[in-house]
Design a protein around this ligand. Structure first.
Ligand SMILES: [Zn+2]
Length: 212
């Protein structure tokens, strides 16, 4: 039946329903934010919320979805590898948004990789994680995306990623106020020794815990 087909299309998304596959549609963001204000009983023309739907929410949403737009990706200038060991960066601030509730989840990311022929500065790893996290996603998916993305960018022999985060959709509803979720992913060749060294670095920095 037609109505069922339509529902299926709507649920799974077609271009006609979801809009352009890339870029940011400011007008749709404005309309959507205005409708949400109306849905909760606010008058969108009140002075106090006029800029909310007209400017602030669209601008914020555009920034927070930069990870979906390759042109916003930070340049990953590489240099020749100087080490045969594991390169580790722990305690990278993590801010992303859950695609189920469109609310933030935040915490820390830890990254380690075995360089191939080239490396990048550690600050580039931080910027890469920040860019990759700016999208509507799940923590599990983001963990995989960071690991696979860095593996691609660095042409690394192996990459390890661990994310620990608190989800506002759980904390704000009082479901699991103090809980954090940890997800792990590895790509390429990673030995047990690498994993132990990675875990040791995370413990040593006390970076496994987050401060909220
Ligand atoms: Zn959620």
């Amino acid at each position: 039946m037609g109505s069922q087909d339509q529902q299926a299309d709507y649920q799974y998304g077609t271009e006609a329903v979801t809009g352009p596959p890339f870029g940011f549609d400011e007008q749709k963001a404005q309309e959507g934010a205005r409708l949400l204000l109306e849905a909760v009983g606010r008058n969108p023309n009140e002075a106090s919320v006029y800029e909310t739907w007209n400017r602030r929410v669209p601008a914020m949403l555009e920034t927070l979805t930069e990870g979906m737009r390759p042109e916003a990706k930070p340049a990953m200038r590489t240099f020749d590898t100087e080490t045969s060991g594991l390169v580790v960066k722990t305690g990278i601030p993590l801010h992303s948004m859950c695609e189920h509730h469109m609310l933030p989840f935040q915490g820390v990311a830890h990254v380690a990789y075995h360089p191939g022929e080239s490396m990048v500065g550690l600050s580039k790893i931080v910027r890469y994680v920040r860019w990759q996290a700016r999208c509507l996603t799940t923590q599990e998916e983001l963990t995989r995306d960071i690991a696979a993305g860095l593996d691609d960018e660095l042409d690394a022999e192996g990459v390890l990623v661990e994310l620990t985060a608190t989800h506002a959709c759980e904390a704000m509803r009082g479901v699991e106020t103090a809980s954090t979720t940890t997800t792990r992913e590895s790509v390429g060749e990673v030995s047990d020794t690498d994993r132990e060294q990675f875990r040791g670095s995370i413990r040593q920095d006390g970076a496994g815990a987050i401060g909220y």
